[in-house]
Ligand binder design. Sequence first.
Ligand SMILES: [Zn+2]
Ligand SMILES: [Zn+2]
Length: 383
Amino acid sequence: MAKRDYYEVLGVAREAGEDELKKAYRKLAMQFHPDRNQGDAAAEARFKELNEAYDVLKDAEKRAAYDRYGHAAFEQGGGPGGFGGGGSPFGAGFEDIFEEMFGRFGGGGGRGRPRQASGRGSDLRTGVEISFEEAYAGVKKTVRIPTTVQCEACTGSGAEGGNASVQTCATCQGQGKVRAQQGFFLIERTCPTCGGQGRTIKNPCKVCQGAGRVQRDRTLAVSIPAGVEDGTRIRLAGEGEAGLRGAPAGDLYVDIGIKPHPIFQRDGANLFIQVPLRMTQATLGGHVEVPSLDGTRSRVTIPAGTQAGAQFRLRGKGFSVLRSAARGDMFVQVSVETPQNLTPKQRELLEQFEAEAAKAGKSSPEAEGFFAKVAAFWDGLGR
Ligand SMILES: [Zn+2]
Ligand SMILES: [Zn+2]
């Protein structure tokens, strides 16, 4: 089985920095997320491949090993340099990769809670796509997540009629862990039956079979703050899977995708709009009206002699800056149109203009500067 190069999987160069990796990963993960590609096995495979690649490349040590030895660095028993030798090739961080392969993640990245064999519910993640305007104003979105919730019949205890006497778990013989072959890896993971507790309930609840939680699609209203950026991840603590038999629930991570806008572009909190000017407007000066995302119109004064590429700033008309009262600005960037399809009258006027311009011999400082440099160039050549 040929494995694709991790850099190729993420579509980045080998020297890509951390930010670039993260950006590429988020974009592709959004695209191939299982929630968006239900039943599409190819997308699911891509998603797993992406997570695997990113998990290695985001970690400086794993990345160095990969750069040196390629995939062999992570094959069980293989790879020079002491990576083999059975067991987990990554040590403690290994659980993350396993979790990520299956579209979930543990307390990876060091900021999550430590995972214990407590039966804490899994973290879940989902994606939601919003419009440019919604990102500007903030929006409440409903997300639907297949998850587990606390069983109502036993209020999460897993015991029928409140009799919570326990017995040794038959799946793991009380070990709390099970081993399974997963591709190259022999992995050990928390027993799915007892959630690592090694014990199950003698008299299990008939609704949840003793798990204390049941499968259900949940809908959740997510408040997306004004000013979010494409790829922002929102964490909703305790909104992931319910824990086993009353253990704490996991968290839900919502990745925000923002659709592009037909007339506005964005860079952080700043907003950009390109406005074409008639040649005469740019030359003589005037006013243009531009729309803003807040639904108002702004009148922009164009000074006489405005050049293509000039930029005018409308303060405070950009996006909100997250977690602050500050706002970005809106920049009106102008282009200057060369007229086409002239009427005979326009042609006549422009011919008169050209004759007058040639006679006056003056144009913009930019053009004069350019011709002065050309003259200096010829002088330099001695011609
Ligand atoms: Zn067990
Ligand atoms: Zn129950």
